[in-house]
Each structure stands twice: as C-alpha cells, then as structure tokens.
Design a protein around this ligand. Structure first.
Ligand SMILES: [Zn+2]
Ligand SMILES: [Zn+2]
Length: 373
C-alpha cells in the first residue's frame, strides 16, 4: 500500500511549525492509542501511521529530506538511513516506544505505568522453525511446508476457557477493568500506581465454570501445517517471520509469531561465497595447451568456457550472472570455474607413444621452481 503524505496524515499545513505538528500528533495518538482501542486493527494502523509521520516531521533534518524527496528521502534506502524504520514503516512496538519517549506517562495515564498493550501474560509463545534448503531451491525460490506442534485455540469453548453455555463472571477484584489502582504516598507526594490485576491477570473476567476440553486455558495441544514462501537468494540464518502463526494465547490472548529460519545445505559440487558459486572442472591437458571450448554445468544449465591457448592448470574463469540471484533483486552472482589439468589413469598405446614423443621435446622448456600461489 502506498504511504500517505505525512502532512496529510497529521492534518497540518506544509508550513506548520513544530508546535502545531506536535499538537496534531498528540491529538491523533491519544485518539488511536492501542490501549484505548483494544483489538482495533484500524486504530492501530492509524496510530502507527501518525507516529511515523511525527517521527519524521519533528526532526528538522528528516523533515527537509522528506520535503525534498518525499518518502524516498526518509525510507532509509540510499540517503544514509535517515529514517529508523524499514520500507513497511514503523512497527507497533517502535511506535509505542516513540510515543512514550515523546510524551511520557503523564499525558495519558495520570502518572501510573501504562498497561501492556499486548498483555504478554496472555500472549502465545513465539515459535522457531528451521527449514533446510538445497542450493537449487535457493536459486529458484520455493515453497516449503512446515509442521508446527503448538497449542491451538480450543474448539469446544472457542478459546474463552469457559464451559459453553455458562456465563463469565466479572472479576470482583478489579471490577472488570483488568487493572488495579492504588494511591501511594511518598515524600514526593501522592501518586496512583496502576498494575495488572492479580486475580484475573488483566482479563477482567474470571472463569468459574471452566471448559472441560482445555481445563479453562482456552487452548489445547495441536498441530498445524503451513506453507512458507521462500524467496530466491536466501542464505543460512535468514529468517521469515509469520506474524500471528505461533502458539495460541491464553483464553483468547494474542497468538505468538513463527520465525522460519533458513538453513542451506552443502552442495556436493558448488561452494557458495555469498551469491557466487565456485567449482572445479577437470579438463584435458591438450585443451589447456591448445585452447578450446569447455562445456560446464552451472546450477541452472550448461555454460561455455572459452579457454585460450597456453592456459595454466587451476586458472579460474568467471562466468558473469550464472551464480545465485540476490535477494529481492534481478541481479545474479557469478559462476567461478577452476580448470584443473586431468591426468588419465590409463593410456592407450597410441597416447603413450605421443606423450613419450612430447616428453622428449618439451623437457628443456619447463620453468624453474616457484613459491605456491
Ligand atoms: Zn476449551
Ligand atoms: Zn481482575
């Protein structure tokens, strides 16, 4: 999706001063803050969008780059990384941190620590899965099926943890708000301490008639298969995040994520150096001496190496663009072939005769000893 103009996002004029920008952002951020709009994806997007716009426009240098080059000026690509966020924009955690940094607790929660927007005490675990790829799969990109053993939402209670048909009970400790406030007095004065309700763990409700299928947890052990698209050009250690595909949360809490970590297997022939591929090709001594064409096989089909006359053994030839593709790019690495003189283990009588003849006349022309290259 194309990004909206930052001034438009904040609803300010292009000539707006710092104070006007700050005011406009604060208003939007308060309106769309995830803590005020739980489980509202639209509000979360608006909050992120406004925060991203503010993070750029509040900074004179970034604002200038944005005015001059638009989003490209602050996308972090080619302009020295003027922006802290990637091409997809700011993520929620970054946005929440930025908002806290700029406005602090006081603007929003009257002095108490803010409630966790994601409630990690109810969130599902993140999972890591390794996928093994061959070099051939790296060259073309592929789709892999992964199996996940994880806790999934309970089908009987739909994740609520409550026995179907029974009603939930509002938590008497917090009155359903999920948090408890305590007024504390200190030498600095009086302040309100807000914390997650210990009785209901922030859920606001109590399960007093638990679902028998899941024991009230709202999730049960299960298994799931997922297809993961893996782009061409990946390397060992690269990972693909699958948001929300991890373990189910406690009683309808947010699910965790899955990190698919790539592991590229060794290839029997090709040695990989980033996107270049190296290999050795044995060739006849006569080809090196006289020159000629040698057909070699890269990962994706045949290629020809032109061998000039008088080529030494172990010389490396570079075939441009016959290596692995770069990630998210049309560029490709190179194929590097080391031609190595091959000595036949057996010779026919005719070959032996010719070689003996050759040995008699070439002996005197050999170069002297040298250090290994
Ligand atoms: Zn259940
Ligand atoms: Zn409670």
């Amino acid at each position: 999706m194309a990004k909206r103009d930052y001034y438009e996002v904040l609803g300010v004029e292009r000539a707006a001063n710092e104070e006007a920008i700050r005011k406009a952002y604060r208003k939007l951020a308060m309106q769309y803050h995830p803590d005020r709009n739980p489980d509202d994806q639209g509000a979360e997007e608006k909050f992120k969008e406004a925060t991203e716009a503010y993070e750029v426009l509040k900074d004179a240098q970034k604002r200038q780059a944005y005015d001059q080059f638009g989003h490209a000026g602050v996308s972090g690509q080619g302009f020295g990384g003027a922006s802290p966020f990637g091409a997809e924009g700011i993520d929620l955690e970054e946005a929440l941190r930025a908002f806290m940094r700029d406005f602090g607790f006081d603007s929003f929660f009257g002095g108490g620590p803010r409630r966790q927007a994601r409630r990690p005490d109810r969130g599902g675990r993140d999972l890591r899965v390794r996928v093994k790829l061959t070099l051939e799969e790296v060259a073309t990109g592929t789709t892999k099926q992964i199996r996940l053993r994880k806790k999934v939402d309970c089908g009987t209670c739909g994740g609520s943890g409550q026995r179907p048909g029974s009603s939930t009970k509002r938590c008497p400790t917090c009155g359903g708000s999920g948090e408890v406030r305590r007024v504390q007095r200190s030498i600095l004065g009086q302040f309100v301490n807000v914390s997650v309700c210990p009785a209901c763990h922030g859920e606001g409700v109590l399960v007093d008639d638990p679902c028998t299928a899941c024991g009230g947890e709202g999730r049960v052990p299960g298994e799931e298969s997922l297809n993961v698209k893996i782009p061409a050009g990946v390397s060992t250690g690269d990972y693909i995040p699958l948001r929300g595909q991890g373990e189910a949360g406690l009683r309808g809490g947010p699910p965790g994520d899955v990190m698919v970590v790539v592991e590229v297997e060794e290839h029997p022939v090709f040695e990989r150096h980033k996107q270049d591929l190296f290999f050795e090709q044995p060739v006849a001594f006569s080809t090196l001496v006289l020159g000629g064409r040698v057909e070699v096989r890269g990962l994706e089909g045949a290629a020809l190496v032109k061998v000039p006359p008088g080529t030494q053994s172990h010389q490396i030839f570079r075939l441009r663009g016959k290596g692995l593709p770069y990630l998210n790019s049309r560029r490709q690495g190179d194929l590097m072939v080391r031609l190595v003189a091959w000595s036949p283990p057996r010779t026919s009588r005719e070959e032996a005769g010719l070689l003996e003849r050759l040995a008699e006349i070439e002996g005197a022309k050999l170069p002297g000893p040298r250090r290994p290259a």
